[in-house]
Ligand binder design. Structure first.
Ligand code: H79
Length: 421
């Protein structure tokens, strides 16, 4: 196994003891989560003063060097009257996603939760006046999903001492330590006090965080909620699991707990002209590819300023959920598969079983799987148990399964191999 995580950018190399930490059990079994990027940037939706601004939508303030005073004027325009927490949580659930990670505060500094630390938040600065995080927390409790918060701990383009804004503020005058102590810490305390149990805190772009600063933040999270996980972008190799770079999938299996955060089109925050949606087969295969290498897929949606998840995202997520209804047994709760590095298939393991995910079904229906050491006692199609046992033979380190000539599922046909004890 490749170790540490090869595709990692500012993530961590997970400590060996963390790999057996039972606090991560729910997260390891989950395999699939919903990322939500939602903030003021959904209003301009990728255009500023009539001009398209290139790049990811939530970076518009930075890319267009929008002065704080101008960007702030978006807040009184945020009124997501179509926001319905029950609908979002239900969509995640029907899509087979087990947790939701949502931007409480992104780099632009606008708080999408009620906070006493600044008026620059959705409750106090918008006509909406509601706290969507409260509503999501209640719905997640009701519907049995874990709610998790993205929180930009380093970059804050609105706060004078936050990192990143050098067009309104002189970087030489910034006091990053004070910002962390007097602003970030109290806000993280609010997020872990006012919303019930939180699955994890998702930090991002650690940049100049010192080891001491990363450790203090980690300790704060674990003091407030010992079971709350922290992702690998806290900085300085701290955190409970590793995060790959955005949209990066490692080439090989990884001997650590890890997650790929990924876009469903080319942006995180809503952009009105980004229609480059990934296809359903692509999404299913990415989920399977990631799970076969021991990782989780955190797939993003970018709701509009009205509070609506774009219909192309909804349709695709529900299609993945439909596939998982039949095939979920071969994804949830699995561990790294015993056979790696083949183009045409992926494998996942559970005690006594290997799931063979066939992306490219051979024209003669005969699957030849090398490299499996255990003795195979039977093979069936997961989606079609009625088809009965498939003929399986084993010799010279190769397992041969005779299936139907036509691919049972052109996206991914799952064959269950039973192993002898
Ligand atoms: O929240 C999402 C991104 O906003 C965040 N991480 C994911 C989960 C992220 N923070 N930093 N980056 C991603 C790297 C961003 C680089 C770029 Fe740019 C932003 C490339 C283009 C816009 C900065 C500004 C570098 C060039 C211009």
């Amino acid at each position: 196994m490749a170790d540490p995580v090869p595709a990692i950018r500012d993530g961590m190399q997970q400590r060996a003891e963390a790999r057996r930490d039972p606090r991560l059990d729910w997260w390891r079994a989950a395999r699939f989560g919903m990322f939500i990027h939602w903030g003021l940037y959904a209003i301009p939706a990728g255009r500023w003063k009539g001009e398209p601004v290139p790049g990811i939508g939530e970076w518009i303030m930075y890319r267009a060097r929008i002065p704080v005073r101008e960007y702030e004027a978006l807040a009184p325009r945020l009124n997501p009257v179509r926001f319905d927490a029950a609908e979002w949580v239900s969509l995640a659930k029907r899509s087979g996603q087990k947790y939701i990670t949502i931007t409480a505060k992104h780099h632009d500094g606008f708080c999408m939760f009620g906070t006493a630390l600044t008026d620059y938040n959705i409750v106090d600065a918008t006509p909406f006046g509601r706290d969507p995080m409260k509503e999501l927390a209640e719905e997640c409790q009701k519907q049995g999903l874990r709610l998790c918060f993205y929180y930009s701990q380093t970059q804050d383009w609105h706060h004078p001492d936050g990192d990143g804004n050098d067009w309104d503020y002189d970087p030489a005058q910034k006091d990053f330590g004070t910002y962390l102590r007097d602003y970030v810490h109290p806000q993280v305390r609010e997020l872990l006090t006012n919303y019930g149990p939180i699955g994890l805190i998702w930090f991002d772009t650690p940049k100049a965080m010192t080891l001491e600063q990363s450790r203090a933040l980690l300790d704060l999270v674990h003091t407030l909620q010992p079971d709350c996980l922290v992702n690998g972008r806290l900085g300085n190799s701290l955190g409970d699991y590793a995060e790959t770079g955005d949209n990066r999938i490692p080439d090989a299996a990884v001997g650590a707990d890890w997650e790929t955060p990924a876009t469903i089109n080319d942006t995180w925050g809503f952009k009105s002209d980004d229609e480059n949606w990934k296809s359903v087969p692509d999404l299913v295969r990415k989920l399977v590819d990631i799970a076969s290498k021991g990782g989780n897929y955190l797939l993003n949606v970018g709701p509009t300023a009205e509070g609506v998840i774009p219909q192309p995202s909804v349709e695709r997520l529900l299609a993945v959920g439909h596939w998982l209804e039949t095939n979920g047994e071969s994804v949830y709760g699995t561990s790294v598969g015993p056979v790696q590095g083949l183009d045409w298939c992926r494998t996942m393991a559970k005690p006594g079983k290997v799931y063979l995910h066939v992306f490219d079904w051979p024209a003669d229906g005969v699957l030849r799987l090398p490299g499996l050491t255990g003795r195979v006692t039977g093979a069936t199609l997961l989606a079609d148990p009625g088809a009965g046992a498939l003929e399986v033979t084993q010799s010279g380190g190769e397992v041969t399964v005779r299936g139907p000539a036509a691919a049972p599922d052109p996206v991914d046909s799952v064959v269950v191999l039973d192993l002898a004890d």
